[in-house]
Design a protein around this ligand. Structure first.
Ligand code: DOR
Length: 429
């Protein structure tokens, strides 16, 4: 059988090298031509990209896919489908599963669950056994299997000596550690950001200082060890300022921010609705402004979703009992294009090629759309209004904080390894 041919026709190609009007011809999983008015072979599937931008597929550094162990919330397959609908061709699956990804066998299990799903799933490993923060996970064994990122996300590594050792190992192995920056004794018991709103509501808060302290500590450890560190979901002005100084000093550090931290404030909690409970918590407007500024000036390297599905029976509980987290994969790109005052090329850098580089997935993901490149593509319509409807999500969960929100841009098609997995906004598998 001959390889299928796909022609993405009539769009504007936009990648890290710039922008041009061109059709993209794909065959055998690879881009074979990028040119205006490309000949369309008779057997080709044509994807209409009129009025659209054709970009490298998006890459999410932070997806909770919940398998193994919490299949009622999400599966690798349902999460991958949500990702494809959101324009992603690759996601990094977080290791806070049950059991956690702290052994070669669980890495293999998640990879086998990811076979045939409509988005590439890169598995992140835990830094410590059981994510308990005490003994290092067998990082060398996992790295030998191709694991590029290690994190105890859901919790930060509290012990400075464990973190220092982990960074030393990571440096030797050439892998990246990703830290959930939260000092646990300061954060303990908090259900939202500690500030004027939490005082008014009489709720226990997580102070901004809990994030800043761990960021400052870890930046000092990076300075000492020289290891690469990625800071997950930064949400405070102080942490971003510390990051900015560290970057100026040349430290090998990167950071992500989430759509919810640039679109929502802690005022969302006034109705005590647990859909707005997330960790790190939604912050006041001054922090939201700092997150937006960090996206605009390059302090933040990536927008990551922290897609954290929870089923209604878990989430629809009193605020102090409900788990933190919100869906993100299907809305991240549209929120960025609707809410951020930065050029489209910068939004795509933040959602595609920069996270691809951090995850070690470039150039297959995030690389320039050029002959010979892997055909992982996102075709987005920057001018397609739609309203978020939780009921139509591909996720097994419904906990989006954006229900009813009008957004301005939509993914039209997603192509994974040469195969259209989303066509006209519909998942194909
Ligand atoms: O809100 C969150 N939910 N933050 C985390 O760090 C973990 C995540 C989850 O796994 O639900």
């Amino acid at each position: 059988m001959r390889d299928p041919v796909v022609v993405v026709r009539g769009g504007t190609v936009l990648d890290a090298t710039g922008e041009r009007q061109a059709d993209v011809v794909v065959e055998g999983g690879r881009v074979v031509a990028v040119e205006e008015g490309a000949a369309v072979p008779r057997r080709a599937t044509v994807l209409d990209a009129g009025g659209c931008v054709v970009a490298p597929g998006l890459v999410d550094l932070h997806s909770h896919l919940r398998q193994p162990g919490a299949e009622e919330s999400e599966t690798v397959e349902s999460g991958a489908r949500a990702a494809a609908l959101g324009g992603y061709t690759a996601v990094v699956a977080m290791p806070n599963t049950d059991p956690p990804v702290d052994s070669a066998s669980v890495v293999r299990d998640v990879r086998s669950l990811a076979r045939g799903v409509p988005c590439h799933v890169a598995v992140a490993g835990a830094i410590t056994v059981g994510r308990a923060g005490e003994r290092l996970a067998p990082m060398a064994e996992l790295a030998a299997l191709g694991v590029r990122i290690f994190t105890d996300d859901g919790a930060g590594v509290q012990s400075a000596s464990v973190m220092r050792r982990a960074l030393e190992y990571a440096r030797g192995l050439g892998v990246t550690l990703a830290q959930h920056c939260e000092e646990a004794t300061l954060a303990a018991g908090g259900v939202m950001h500690e500030g004027a709103v939490s005082s008014r509501l009489g709720l226990a808060g997580v102070p901004a200082l809990a994030e800043e302290l761990m960021v400052v500590r870890d930046l000092a450890l990076v300075r000492e060890t020289g290891a690469r560190l990625h800071l997950l979901h930064l949400s405070t002005a102080a942490a971003l300022a510390a990051l900015s100084d560290a970057k100026r000093a040349g430290l090998p550090v990167t950071a992500e921010v989430t759509p919810h931290h640039f679109t929502l404030t802690d005022a969302a909690l006034v109705g005590f609705d647990p859909v707005f409970k997330v960790n790190p918590p939604l912050r006041p407007a001054s922090d939201v402004a700092a997150v937006r500024a960090a996206l605009a000036d390059g302090t933040a390297d990536a927008i990551a979703t922290d897609h954290a599905p929870h089923p209604p029976e878990a989430k629809d509980r009193p605020l102090d009992e409900a788990p933190p987290g919100m869906l993100g994969l299907e809305t991240a790109l549209a929120l960025a294009l609707t809410e951020l005052e930065v050029p489209l090329s910068r939004v795509l850098a933040l959602l595609s090629w920069q996270p691809a580089a951090i995850a070690g997935l470039a150039p297959d993901h995030g690389g320039p759309v050029a002959p010979g490149a892997a055909a992982n593509l996102c075709v987005l319509d920057p001018d397609h209004p739609w309203v978020v409807d939780p009921a139509s999500s591909a996720s097994r969960s419904r906990n989006t904080p954006y229900a009813g929100r009008r957004l301005r841009a939509k993914v039209r098609h997603t192509v994974l390894a040469g195969e259209p997995v989303v066509v006209d906004g519909e998942a194909q598998r």
